[in-house]
Design a binder for this molecule. Structure first.
Ligand code: NAD
Length: 496
């Protein structure tokens, strides 16, 4: 028996009317576990129409009513977080404890959005002119869309919709077709929380669904998270269609280890950040930059830890790391192991060896040493359990390497030298920086986003930048009738 995953439109499941569907896999078995409807024009129009119809009442719902629904949603999410983690693990492959972590980080954004009455306060200036007041109001945009990647099927959508909905918008989510069930579970929780029908909708599908949203005249803003080529396409296409857009792209995250660092701490951090979620994290460390003379010692410590990792099914508590998301992706990642050796690197731990039994999409953690900036395994975002070590002679050489990379999502420095850390934080051309912290994902009340090819647009996700993205400001200048004012004057208004 395989499952069938439908859209969610107007507060209820909505079975696709086209005959286009996609297969959903259990990555640990390699078997198809279900099918998901792919939207055609009909469903795209249905979803946007439902969101548009729900907008007038939701934008006028009181701030306390909106906050109340969010508080209830938060309670339900906490109640069902273990179930949601199981759903994520079964389609993505990551271990359940890691999936629970992603739900917890998404929950933080819901909690941030519960404070929406405070976040939507505008400004007020009395007597900008005599007995004239001026004030600003933050208003929602209307129907907004979110297009999200496979690697965080709950957390990344939760970077978007809690803030968008709290601000009074209505939302159409187009989740990844590879692991679509988490979005439906979330939709059910919204319904149980009392969110009015049509405020949150889920539209499944591929490029057809995405393009339909990008071109739809009733979609006012688009938030995207995914790979850089698609992020760039989304940014250009949505902007051409007159929409507000934020498009977060791919990454190549460097960890710079200085000779004075605690090498055991650095080795632990490199392994956790390199191989957690099989390296399928936009904040994964994929390039470790060792400032000599520590590279040999550090590589030996990492190798020892990597060899102790257990790769297995996500629902087995003894697994440290699960399979990759699809067979196609696993095969692509494996090509970098071959090319790295061909191009002169040293394969210290080969993840193609000692794989678990069965047809799951397996690749074990891989460690490559003596990588250079010209090699494919460095130039490309691999998005798998592959950690490359590059050796440099100085701090400046390491900084130059990081800044020359086209991506600028996250980075980390490991050192006990406060001056070096401060210089790194000040100068590095990367949007999110960790100091002895390998995966510096900002808390919900800060904003998430990289620089350079890791983000197109000017707003990062969640935090106050999220509120800014999902609202537009209206400035009002008001004067109540006063007999002392009046008369005809064609001059430009000044503040007399
Ligand atoms: P992806 O770009 O393939 O897909 C992302 C979304 O775009 C999906 O919903 C997909 O259906 C849609 N899509 C795919 N191809 C499309 C096309 N040609 N036209 C229109 N829409 C299309 O990304 P993915 O493989 O699902 O996710 C992994 C990528 O996401 C990695 O590059 C990773 O770094 C990135 N990512 C970035 C961040 C960040 O915050 N910067 C966070 C998570 C993931």
């Amino acid at each position: 028996m395989t499952k069938h995953i439908t859209h969610w439109i107007g507060g209820k499941p909505f079975t696709g009317t086209s005959d286009r569907v996609g297969d959903v896999y259990n990555p640990a078995t390699g078997k198809v576990s279900g099918t998901v409807d792919f939207a055609s024009r009909t469903e795209i129009d249905e979803a946007v129409a439902a969101a548009k119809a729900a907008f007038p009442a939701w934008r006028d719902a009181s701030l306390s009513k909106r906050a109340n629904v969010l508080f209830t949603f938060r309670e339900l999410l906490v109640r069902d977080s273990a179930e949601l983690a199981k759903i994520i693990s079964s389609e993505h492959g990551k271990v359940e404890s890691d999936a629970a972590g992603e739900v917890a980080r998404g929950l933080e954004v819901v909690e941030f959005a519960c404070g929406i009455p405070h976040l939507l306060k505008g400004g007020f200036s009395e007597n900008v002119s005599t007995r004239v007041d001026a004030y600003s109001i933050l208003q929602p945009l209307g129907v907004v869309a979110g297009i999200t990647p496979f690697n965080f099927p709950a957390m990344v959508p939760m970077w978007m919709f809690p803030v968008a909905i709290a601000c009074g918008n209505t939302f159409v989510l187009k989740p990844s077709e590879k692991d679509p069930s988490a979005a439906i579970k979330i939709a059910e929780l919204w319904a149980e929380a009392g969110l009015p029908e049509g405020v949150f909708n889920v539209l499944h599908g591929d490029k057809v669904a995405v393009d339909g949203l990008l071109e739809h005249r009733d979609v006012k803003a688009v938030s995207f998270v995914g790979s850089t080529p698609i992020a760039h396409y989304i940014y250009e296409t949505a902007a051409r269609n007159g929409k507000r857009v934020q498009a977060l792209g791919g990454a190549k995250n460097h960890m710079l280890v200085l000779p004075d660092a605690d090498l055991d701490l650095a080795a632990d951090a490199a392994v956790n950040a390199g191989f957690g979620s099989a390296g399928e994290r936009c904040m994964a460390i994929s390039a470790l930059v060792a400032v000599e003379p520590i590279a040999d010692e550090l590589v030996a410590k990492i190798k020892q830890r990597v060899e102790g990792l257990t790769t297995g099914p996500g629902d087995d508590p003894s697994s440290d790391m699960g399979p990759l998301v699809t067979g196609v992706h696993r095969d692509k990642v494996a090509t970098y192991l071959t090319s790295s050796v061909e191009q002169g690197a040293d394969l210290v731990v080969d993840g193609r060896e000692g794989l678990p039994q069965g047809d799951g999409f397996w690749l074990r953690p891989t460690l490559i040493d003596n990588v250079t900036a010209e090699m494919d395994c460095y130039k490309d975002e691999i998005f798998g359990p592959v950690l490359s070590v590059l050796r440099v002679s100085t701090f400046d050489e390491g900084m130059a390497l990081i800044d020359a990379n086209p991506y600028g999502n996250g980075t980390a420095i490991f050192t006990n030298d406060g001056g070096a850390a401060r210089r790194f934080q000040n100068e590095v051309e990367v949007g999110m920086v960790g100091i002895n912290v390998p995966i510096p994902v900002p808390m919900a009340y800060y904003s998430f986003g990289g620089w350079k090819a890791s983000l197109f647009g000017d707003s990062h996700a969640h935090g106050t930048e999220g509120v800014h993205f999902y609202t537009r400001t209206k400035a009002v200048t008001a004067r109540w009738l006063d007999p002392s004012h009046g008369g005809v004057n064609l001059g430009f208004p000044t503040n007399g």
